[in-house]
Design a binder for this molecule. Structure first.
Ligand SMILES: [Zn+2]
Length: 127
C-alpha cells in the first residue's frame, strides 16, 4: 500500500507508546529504544486513514530522513478475523516510524487492543 504522508507534530498517544514498548521488547538494543520512547514525537501521519506514523526525537525532527530499516514485524489478529500487519522502522538505532496495514480487509481502523498482538518478530539482519 502507498502511504502518502501529512506533516503533524504531536506527542505519542498511550496506545502508540504501549505498542512501541511491546515491539522493542524483542530487540537486543531494547534499552536504547526504550530511552527514546518518552522523547519521540509524531511528525507525520498516513493520509489513507490508517494509524501509520512517522516518529522522530526532538533532535532529529528537522533533519532529512535516512532510509528506514524494518526492525520488528508483528500482527494484530482480531476476533473478527481481521489481520493488521505492524512494522517498526528504525535507522542506526533511532526509531523512525510505526506502520500498520490491513492484510485482509479494507475498512479504516485504529491501533487495536494490545491483547490481540501476535507474532512479534525481530528482523535480526536489520538490528
Ligand atoms: Zn495508510
Amino acid at each position: 500500500m502507498m502511504h502518502d504522508r501529512s506533516a503533524v507534530s504531536r506527542v505519542l498517544n498511550e496506545r502508540e507508546q504501549q505498542l512501541l514498548l511491546r515491539l522493542i521488547a524483542v530487540c537486543n538494543k531494547n534499552d536504547n529504544y526504550k530511552q527514546q520512547i518518552d522523547h519521540l514525537r509524531v511528525t507525520g501521519r498516513c493520509n489513507c486513514g490508517c494509524p501509520t506514523v512517522d516518529l522522530c526525537s526532538k533532535e532529529t525532527e528537522h533533519r532529512p530522513k535516512p532510509p528506514h530499516k524494518n526492525i520488528v514485524d508483528a500482527e494484530f489478529i482480531l476476533p473478527n478475523g481481521h489481520v493488521i500487519g505492524v512494522i517498526l522502522w528504525a535507522n542506526d538505532g533511532q526509531i523512525m516510524g510505526l506502520e500498520l496495514y490491513p492484510c485482509n480487509f479494507q475498512e479504516p481502523f485504529e491501533i487495536p487492543e494490545l491483547a490481540f498482538l501476535a507474532n512479534v518478530m525481530l528482523n535480526e539482519e536489520a538490528v
